[in-house]
Design a protein around this ligand. Structure first.
Ligand SMILES: [Mn+2]
Length: 283
């Protein structure tokens, strides 16, 4: 099954390429099942964002519509995620990955670096994922990709449950962090401007769905209260996408713990909104 936003059957013709990585082998979460997310998000997108009237089928679009050509190439293994991103970027297309546990982003971001150079990372997460003392898992993404990212132009957003080691790392590397309370105090428009001002050309967006409050996104691997509102995340995403992004991933949806599939629906919807916001020439 393809995500409902897919509108071409042809890789060569596409401007954006969606793929899934149904792998949670490097998760330590008590909740299992993020490997089910690529299938579930596609399934729910076709149930909730598609309207059928007799034999007529149409997609419920974002208000701006979607004019990009989007190809869903299906799922790939974790070990092929990096190569897949290199193939997509080398063809001047935008990759959108659906995980899987967050460590899948490590291979993806290394490949972005390989093809496009230092990455301006915008990293949505409740957790900094900055544990260097135990590497190569879903809690060490930042530590593992440090050589690939341009710290001065990167931002972590939604952070609200760091371990002491992570607080120390964030300070040592002067990583820019926006907490949910920062957004409440300063407002999302101001915070978004700051993220855009910092970011350079090669912007990669990684979304751990646990950045969002469990009220909006209960079906995640490691839920944490007091999170971002879904519209706040959307505001930042659309602003980044409008200016151009190199790629994006959507990780850690855990369908088995969802409530009425609302987290999968939100993930599908957010991908659709990003697709509608990408500038005309994606190269
Ligand atoms: Mn994470």
């Amino acid at each position: 099954m393809k995500i409902c936003w897919a509108n071409t059957e042809n890789f060569a013709d596409a401007e954006v390429v969606v793929f899934g990585v149904p792998d949670e082998s490097k998760s330590h979460a008590l909740r299992k099942g993020s490997s089910e997310a690529p299938h579930k998000i596609r399934e729910i997108s076709n149930l909730r964002d598609v309207y059928k009237r007799g034999s007529e089928v149409s997609v419920g679009l974002p208000f701006e519509g979607i004019s990009r050509r989007i190809y869903d190439l299906g799922n790939v293994a974790r070990n092929d995620a990096g190569r897949t991103v290199e193939k997509i970027l080398s063809a001047a297309k935008v990759p959108i990955a659906i995980g899987g546990d967050h460590s899948v982003s490590t291979e993806i971001i290394r490949s972005v670096y390989k093809i496009r150079g230092p990455v301006s990372l915008v990293y949505f997460d409740a957790h900094p994922d900055f544990i260097a003392s135990a590497g190569s898992y879903y809690g060490s993404v930042l530590a593992d990709i440090l050589p690939c990212i341009d710290l001065k132009s990167s931002t972590q957003i939604g952070i609200r449950t760091p371990e002491q080691e992570e607080i120390d790392s964030i300070k040592r590397h002067s990583l820019h962090v926006v907490t949910p309370l920062d957004i409440m105090e300063r407002g999302i428009v101001d915070v978004t401007c700051e993220i855009l001002d910092r970011a350079r050309d090669n912007v990669y967006v990684s979304i751990d769905m646990d950045a969002i409050d469990p009220a909006f996104a209960p079906g995640v691997s490691v839920p944490v209260p007091l999170g971002l509102q879904s519209l706040e995340v959307l505001h930042v995403l659309k602003a980044l996408a409008k200016r151009r992004i190199t790629g994006l991933d959507m990780m850690e949806v855990c369908p088995a713990y969802d409530i009425k599939d609302r987290t999968s629906h939100l993930a599908s919807r957010m991908i659709g909104e990003v697709l509608s916001s990408l500038p005309n020439s994606t190269a």
